[in-house]
Design a protein around this ligand. Structure first.
Ligand code: HEC
Ligand code: HEC
Length: 328
């Protein structure tokens, strides 16, 4: 929980106007594919940034990310993680974690962690959702147990718990992908309470008779829950694929010391560079070190969703879903 709160603060900084900040999160493995190639000739366009000085083989901003491996944490990876897209956990850790889980936990929680006869579903557990693969929240439950509630305590090392956390993260990420597992009856909440929550937290952007009308006819309950927990299209940011929903597109405004500014879809951002595509399709990138006084403002329409994620209680999630399910 604390960690999540600090992520919020950090994200607020990232999305604010200052790009260079001291507070850093632990590094997330940067396993995303490189950003798409800029349109031909982009580096030599009418307004070439300093990135155009890079060798011809690597004009794109991504070419500057290399030193991140041993240098400062990769901000782009942190952003992806925060936006709920999440870097996938290390497959070797997932594999070890799965073995530990099946041996120690599956008896009660089911071998896929979707719940068993005597233990709750961990894929939709708030504890697991908050843990984000770190092992911090899960570790507390595993090491102390909840003996009065039927959860025994385990003597496990930090490394073992981290591996289990990686396995559970892979399960929650799979659950955020539509249709990847069996649908269970998850519509157990109170629709009236959900409506109250909606009016307080969601109606500034959404309307049950407007954009969300018939939303429940569009998605099954599992997909609908994923949509409001993680509305970012999975391929929208930093990966290749169909263009993202324009309503959720991350945009950026770059202002140079001269006062000249550029605005467009965020193509790439990390510790060293920023790149955008203007509405005309023109691509620009800048090396931050080379551009003294550069100001970068990122606008993420889904920031509110990212901020709400750690705030929902289990009951909130079920109540919201029960309410949205009524919008057939
Ligand atoms: C004997 C059955 C049993 C075993 C074995 C077991 N658990 Fe549990 N676990 C439970 C029960 C029951 C609860 C719910 C406790 C409660 O209601 O607070 C629980 C709760 C949890 C929670 C908290 C879920 C939440 O949202 O509050 C986590 C995390 C968890 N278990 C992880 C594990 C892991 C990891 C293992 C294996 C190392 C494991 N459990 C083994 C029965 C078990
Ligand atoms: C500050 C604005 C804002 C707030 C507040 C907000 N959302 Fe969203 N929401 C968006 C944007 C932007 C999108 C992505 C564009 C879209 O699909 O409409 C989105 C997408 C969604 C979607 C997916 C729609 C689809 O067709 O796939 C659902 C469901 C949703 N939000 C539910 C909620 C709920 C429930 C709340 C309150 C708990 C909420 N939103 C609060 C801005 C907001």
């Amino acid at each position: 929980m604390n960690k999540f709160k600090s992520s919020c603060v950090l994200a607020a900084l990232i999305f604010g106007t200052t790009l260079f900040l001291a507070g850093q999160e632990p590094q997330v493995p940067a396993s995303n594919p490189p950003p798409p190639e800029p349109p031909a000739g982009a580096a030599n366009g009418p307004h070439p940034g300093p990135a155009a000085q890079l060798p011809a083989s690597g004009p794109r901003a991504g070419g500057a990310t290399k030193p991140a491996a041993q240098g400062p944490p990769n901000r782009a990876a942190m952003m992806r993680k925060f936006l709920g897209i999440g870097a996938p956990p290390d497959p070797a850790a997932v594999d070890r974690g799965q073995k530990l889980f099946v041996a120690n936990c599956a008896f009660c929680h089911g071998s896929t962690a979707n719940g068993g006869a005597t233990g709750p579903d961990l894929v939709r557990s708030v504890v697991v959702l908050h843990d984000q693969g770190t092992g911090k929240d899960i570790g507390k439950v595993v090491l102390n147990g909840r003996p009065d509630k039927g959860m025994p305590k385990f003597n496990m090392t930090e490394a073992q718990i981290k591996d289990i956390a990686a396995f559970l993260l892979s399960r929650t990420q799979a659950a955020a992908n539509r249709g990847s597992y069996e649908i269970q009856n998850i519509v157990t909440g109170d629709a009236k309470a959900g409506e109250t929550y909606f009016n307080a937290h969601c109606s500034s952007c959404h309307s049950p008779s407007g954009d969300l009308a018939h939303i429940a006819a569009k998605y099954d309950p599992v997909a609908l829950q994923s949509r409001f927990l993680y509305p970012r299209d999975r391929r929208a940011f930093g990966t290749e694929g169909p263009p993202p929903n324009p309503k959720s597109e991350i945009t950026v405004k770059v202002t140079l010391a001269s006062g000249q500014s550029y605005e467009g879809r965020l193509d790439h951002i990390d510790d060293f560079s920023v790149a955008l595509v203007e509405p005309s399709g023109e691509y620009h990138s800048w090396l931050l070190d080379a551009e003294k006084g550069i100001k970068v403002e990122v606008h993420n329409p889904l920031q509110a969703h990212a901020d709400m994620l750690p705030e929902y209680t289990n009951a909130d999630m079920h109540n919201i879903l029960a309410y949205l399910e009524k919008l057939k």
